[in-house]
Design a protein around this ligand. Structure first.
Ligand code: SAM
Length: 239
């Protein structure tokens, strides 16, 4: 499997991704604003509007990190479980939850590839900017399908490839030349941001990823590109 520009063993990738997020955890939120010019907030708002969380619903926010999606879901009254493989990210998230008065969220350490939740437990599963970091994506998608009840919904927010010509080049320049430098300046960590950019470049394109979601058992799969596909919302239903 690939870790940035390198080919590594699956366990090694999982370990290195762990390192990346342990390194950036404390600066993660400020970096998101810096790198996206605040736009990640709008993408996340739109994502949660698509999920349409309802009061009392059980939602699993996988790779939930520092809680950005979970807080939005909980605002709508959903019962949210935040799961992430990285304890440092969860710790930052729990601190933010406390500061904002969210006291009903459940925080749990878990690898998306193998979950301990029972079958058909959740009404919805969300994963935002998480799936491309997962080593074995088909396993994670199968697990998502397993823990959803019938009629449950799957939603994924992820960087993809923009199909707008001029914009694609500008983004390429920005991501390869600017992002690692900003990473160095603010988070003192150029390598982690190089990995994050390279992992975006290597992520399957929109039709391929949509097909993978279908292969995991989801139906009525859909993709909604934003900025020509720079960011995309993929979704599907379990029946
Ligand atoms: N969802 C949050 C957001 O949108 O701000 C956090 C996204 S952050 C870019 C990616 C998260 O994926 C990190 O917190 C990382 O620890 C987590 N992650 C990576 N591999 C994972 C895995 N196999 N299982 C669960 N979480 C994973």
């Amino acid at each position: 499997v690939s870790f940035g520009y390198q080919e590594v063993a699956p366990d090694e990738k999982t370990r290195r991704v762990g390192e990346v997020f342990s390194n950036v955890a404390r600066r993660y939120d400020i970096m998101n604003d810096a790198m996206s010019g605040g736009m990640h907030r709008l993408w996340k708002d739109r994502f949660v509007r698509r999920v349409k969380p309802r009061p009392g619903e059980q939602i699993l926010d996988m790779a939930g990190g520092t809680g950005d999606i979970a807080f939005r879901l909980a605002d709508a009254g959903a019962s949210v479980t935040v799961a992430d493989i990285n304890p440092q990210m969860l710790e930052v998230g729990m601190g933010r939850a406390q500061a904002r008065g969210f006291d009903t969220l459940v925080w749990t350490e878990a690898n998306a590839e193998s979950l301990t939740f029972p079958d058909r437990f959740f009404d919805a599963y969300t994963i935002a900017f998480g799936i491309r970091n997962v080593t074995d994506i088909p396993s994670a998608l199968r697990e998502a399908h397993r823990v959803l009840r019938r009629g449950g919904r799957f939603f994924c927010l992820e960087f993809s490839t923009t199909l707008w010509p001029g914009f694609a080049e500008a983004y390429d320049f920005y991501s390869h030349r600017i992002v690692p430098k900003v990473g160095k300046l603010i988070a003192h960590d150029e390598d982690s941001y190089r990995y994050l950019i390279e992992s975006i470049r290597r992520f399957p394109d929109m039709p391929t990823f949509e097909r993978m979601i279908g292969e995991a058992g989801f139906v009525q799969t859909k993709v909604e590109p934003m900025l020509g596909g720079l960011v995309a919302i993929h979704s599907g239903w379990k029946i």
